[in-house]
Design a protein around this ligand. Structure first.
Ligand code: ADP
Length: 242
């Protein structure tokens, strides 16, 4: 749908007079795999914090024309905007399936969750397949590999019906194989979602970004395809150091 895009207009975040995000304007379309890069302190995390209700901001951030800024965190999640953090937050003692069930809200309470299920809700089944954990559905989340936990967290956003996924360094600490699998997962997810990836891993970006926004000192320094951004002298000067 035409209105299914994330549109930021002049987003500003200040901390005690320090301007961390300084008037960011950007549009991310559905189907886009947008990478948000920039040196440490550029304002990437703060921008994502503003969109997800963790810090107050001025300007506008809309998804499907609904304003997101300065709303409660849970309200933003219910509007379909989901986020992961660098450290995956899954329920370690519960199984993969139980984690997805909780996220889907299909269990009505602890007892429902603990009883043996006769059938798995279709959205949970679909998420298991997309994240590649179908065979590990009964595995305790705490014993999953680092990469698998990240995928489970993405699956939890999918069953919550998140349409915008904001992922904070999803491949940090992953093996090369896990990075490749994560990229392919994001490509599958990106067909139906708007995905913004905050990332430091340049090889990962080159392999999977469909578009890139470079932040520097709280502002958009450059934007475009990977090739366009890499060729931009401003980017080479401040970021890639070439
Ligand atoms: P990035 O994610 O690009 O590394 P951040 O968004 O974490 O950058 O930080 C942007 C700037 O805002 C940094 O200078 C950082 O020190 C500052 N900052 C972030 N959070 C706070 C805060 N809660 N209070 C004060 N300054 C902050």
């Amino acid at each position: 749908m035409k209105s299914d895009y994330l549109e930021l207009t002049d987003v500003r975040v200040t901390f005690d007079g320090f301007v961390a995000v300084d008037g960011v304007t950007m549009t991310v379309l559905q189907g886009d795999l947008r990478f948000l890069i920039g040196p440490n302190g550029a304002g990437k995390t703060t921008l994502v914090d503003a969109i997800t209700g963790l810090v107050p901001a001025t300007g506008s951030a809309t998804f499907g024309r609904t304003e997101l800024l300065n709303r409660k965190v849970h309200r933003i999640a219910r509007l379909g905007v989901g986020r992961t953090f660098q450290t995956a937050s899954v329920f370690e003692e519960l199984t993969v399936l139980q984690n997805l069930d909780i996220a889907a809200g299909s269990g009505r309470g602890p007892l429902t969750m603990l009883r043996k299920r006769s059938s798995t809700p279709p959205e949970v089944e679909a998420a298991l397949e997309v994240i590649g954990l179908t065979d590990l559905r009964d595995r305790q989340a705490g014993v999953l590999a680092h990469g698998q936990k990240q995928w489970l967290e993405i699956g939890m956003l999918l069953v919550q019906d998140s349409k915008v996924l904001l992922l904070d360094e999803p491949v940090a600490g992953m093996s090369a194989e896990e990075r490749q699998q994560t990229g392919e997962l994001l490509q599958r997810v990106g067909e139906n979602c708007t995905v913004v990836v905050v990332e430091h891993d340049m090889d990962f970006m080159r392999s999977f970004a469909t578009s890139v926004t470079v932040l520097h000192a709280g502002r958009v320094l450059s934007e475009g395809t990977v090739a366009q951004v890499q060729a931009d002298p401003k980017v080479q000067e401040v970021y890639l150091g070439r």
